[in-house]
Ligand binder design. Sequence first.
Ligand code: SAH
Length: 327
Amino acid sequence: MDLALLDDRLAAHGEPPFRSRQIWEWAARGADSYEQMTNLPVELRTALADEVPFSSLEPVREALARDGTAKALFETADGRPVETVLMRYRDGRRSLCLSSQSGCPLTCTFCATGRMKFGRNLTVSEILDQALHFRRSDAVNHAVFMGMGEPLMNLDNVLAACERLPELGIATSNTAISTVGWIPGIERMASEGPPARLALSLHASDDSLRSELMPVNERYPLPDVLAACLRWHEARRRQVFVEYLMLEGVNDRYEQALELAAALVPRKAFKLNLIPYNPTDAGFRGSGRDAIAAFRAVLEGRGVRSTVRLTRGRDIDAACGQLAARG
Ligand code: SAH
């Protein structure tokens, strides 16, 4: 719900300051209407139902993948599309993939979101309402800002939303913010806000290949990005998650594994995740299972351990890089 509007209406009704907190606590615990908020006066519940929409997002469509992954397409009040994914794992992990913007202004060549029209930054309430939507059906416990958009270009709102996620059941240490390498944002994350984890979309260790794949690299070149990540690591004493998309014939060669190993120093500062490419209409092909295994073995030989990300929700276009609000 629009928390600023809520405060405004509560003040107009002459309600005491603790009301706002009471209402938020109900919402954070999964309530789906004001009606359920039994410690609020009945007249106030009725008034709020008229004056403050329960969510700032209108669900437009939902899809459920065979592996249990759910994707929701929402629309903001001004008609902007937003997608959110919930991944359900056997071990009980319930991980939300949140969007920070409608669309994305960056134009990474392999990503479907980068090819749709950029809308705008999402508000704190629009970010939280994505999480609250799934909180109503599931005991969510992890969140990643890996949906639409570049979270570090909307950092005030992303950090303000992170502050409230623990009340939904998502500890800050279980929240990760992923970036293309937006240096001013990485620097701010080192010194302010809740200590959420940092993830870097690296994808190529060679500066010119990276610029080809991710034009933002021209603005913030990789060596500077890695230096900023190391400063974050020193300040927060946590490993930086590094994401490396595996693209056949593009970044999966032997020498490129060596280059990647050379970039990730000191070893203890980074945790590498190799990502199988999910099909989009961008014209890339993902590296096959054997190519990924071979790449991984080269890294291992240089002392770089890595995990291969499980692909979730591909059959409903809910996997990494597939969010384009096509429904
Ligand atoms: N803008 C931020 C947040 C989005 S995270 C960032 O780029 O980090 C989305 C992740 O999915 C990024 O690591 C992105 O590079 C990756 N990705 C994009 N397209 C993909 C695709 N087709 N298959 C797999 N991963 C993809």
